[in-house]
Design a binder for this molecule. Sequence first.
Ligand code: SAM
Length: 238
Amino acid sequence: MSFRATVLTLYPEMFPGHLGQSLAGRALERGDAVIEAVNIRDYAHDRHRSVDDTPAGGGAGMVLRPDVLAEAIDAVSPDGDERPRLLMSPRGRPLTQARVRDLAAGPGAVIVCGRFEGVDQRVIEARRLEEVSIGDYVLSGGEPAALTLLDAVIRVLPGVMGNAQSGAHESFETGLLEHPHYTRPQVFEGREIPPVLVSGNHAAIEAWRQAQSLELTRQRRPDLLDRPEAAGGPQPAK
Ligand code: SAM
């Protein structure tokens, strides 16, 4: 069964974008994942095919109309479609690797890309859209956010990453940031590969990586240590 994403957007030509390349590109070619981009404007009915209007109560910008968006959602995701409906939104819950894994284990997603000031609240409620943020900053539209989410999901689909193990130790998978990496040459501008990594002692290498991972997380993202995902891993000395 392939992962099927339907993206509702005013800019369908932005898809698959960079996902047509490399790992994701091959997954799309094989049919492991399918991305269909649908233009919200196709569901506008007035002469100008307008999809937005001025905000009730006044203020800057425009708001995506609920009737047009609802019709688009109903057309691509009729009753019985079990895919979650996501709305890319800076107000949403931050996307995590756990949610990415969860989405990848399901049948796909319907993804709404906002534009302008955002989307009328009533369609968010009426169509039970789950607001998802990719970070604490504001993009001009939901398309780069949707591409980011899809990139993260497609790379963890079965068979997409070359080495099945390569995802297991990555940042966030264990609840921690990943340890540093090194490769040849042995000496680069006077800096050596840490001797333990060329010792051949696998237990020592694993212990070094764990310690590095923990220390990096403590320095850069101490908030991760409070999350349940980190609870199973090594804990920092108090
Ligand atoms: N007025 C909105 C606010 O302050 O929350 C920002 C609207 S933004 C200019 C337009 C669209 O970009 C949003 O509707 C959303 O779809 C998308 N977007 C912007 N930042 C995002 C983020 N951090 N994560 C996910 N989507 C984002």
